[in-house]
Design a protein around this ligand. Structure first.
Ligand code: ADP
Length: 319
């Protein structure tokens, strides 16, 4: 089983030819609304890969909350919602331009009210967890609570997105695997290693340089996702993740990119599912599957709705 603790938002997505300048009005070319939020996206991604998935999150007491409950049950998620009175459900405005880049405004609202006590109350969900997956779109207290509630043999995945202002070294140290993208990796290096490195300089670093940088973030294995360039993996505890190398790079699949929103979420959710479903497989193979799921998600618009099923990944890329 995979347990995901995190955010839910209703996404509102507009397609534009290019992003408006400050003060400029541009006409949209298409509009869609659907579920999003890093936590929910990752839970849907894991469930669609076939993992028994529990999602723990918070909603307001409003119409969007009713939509959220229906969507979670349609995905077969075992959702454990905290209802927050007097606060809206999270919402998100997303612009996607002709180059498939995105700009995002996020109002977290109820997500920031998720309480540690609500997480701790789901002891039955944690008892059977093989993998715990958390991000940082809620307060940090429920994340700390989840990392503590997970049983000893459970693998703890932290997707440090976005890098929370109060993120501290003990929280990083509580994770077995952390999965920053380039921007988040640069922020973590500045905060926890005193290293100033531009996000767009990361992919150009040598493997040895990247490995040394990752090791300055503590004991966790680090997977830096590099967008269309795939990902870089750095281990501190090799045997734990069944890889024979300390560090390596994996390329991304070549796909027809339409909307990269949620690529990282697809990657993290599929990674968690694979780790839970195929615990004996080498991490390299698990990551190849996660990268394939993420690549497919970029061919479709939207966030949670863009997550591919296991069958779609296998049909497209083979086993
Ligand atoms: P985020 O969405 O969090 O910024 P990335 O952009 O690094 O994360 O993407 C996460 C993963 O999704 C990558 O490691 C890669 O496997 C896959 N991916 C992202 N963009 C592309 C792309 N253009 N083509 C193929 N795969 C992609």
């Amino acid at each position: 089983r995979v347990v995901v603790v995190g955010s839910y938002n209703q996404d509102h997505v507009w397609s534009v030819d290019r992003f408006p300048q400050p003060g400029e009005t541009r006409r949209g070319q298409a509009f869609a609304t659907g579920p999003g939020g890093k936590g929910f996206n990752q839970a849907v991604a894991a469930a669609r890969q076939g993992a028994d998935t529990v999602f723990i999150g918070a909603l307001g007491d409003d119409d969007l909350a009713r939509v959220a409950r229906a969507l979670a049950s349609a995905e077969g998620l075992d959702a454990r919602w905290q209802t927050v009175a007097g606060t809206p459900t999270g919402s998100c405005a997303i612009l996607v331009d002709a180059q498939a880049q995105n700009q995002i405004v996020l109002y977290l609202a109820a997500n920031e009210c998720l309480e540690a006590g609500h997480v701790q109350a789901q002891a039955d969900a944690f008892a059977a967890a093989a993998v715990l997956l958390v991000q940082l779109e809620t307060g940090l207290e429920p994340i700390h609570a989840a990392l503590q509630a997970a049983p000893a043999q459970c693998l703890r995945l932290l997707n440090p997105a976005p890098v929370h202002a109060r993120l501290d070294a003990p929280l990083l140290a509580a994770a077995d695997l952390i999965t920053p993208n380039e921007t988040e990796f640069a922020e973590l290096l500045a905060r926890f290693a005193g290293v100033e490195l531009a996000a767009d300089a990361i992919a150009g670093c040598s493997d040895a340089e990247l490995h040394a940088l990752c090791r300055r973030l503590g004991r966790a294995s680090v997977i830096v996702t590099l967008g269309a360039r795939g990902c870089f993996v750095s281990h501190a505890q090799r045997e734990r993740h069944r890889d024979s190398e300390d560090c390596y790079r994996l390329p991304a699949e070549t796909v027809q990119v339409r909307d990269t929103t949620g690529a990282g979420d697809a990657f993290n959710g599929a990674l968690a599912a694979e780790l839970a479903l195929n615990p004996q497989q080498p991490l390299r193979r698990i990551l190849r599957h996660a990268g394939r799921a993420a690549a497919l998600s970029t061919e479709r618009p939207g966030a949670a709705t863009a997550m591919p099923t296991r069958q779609q990944v296998l049909q497209r890329f083979g086993a």
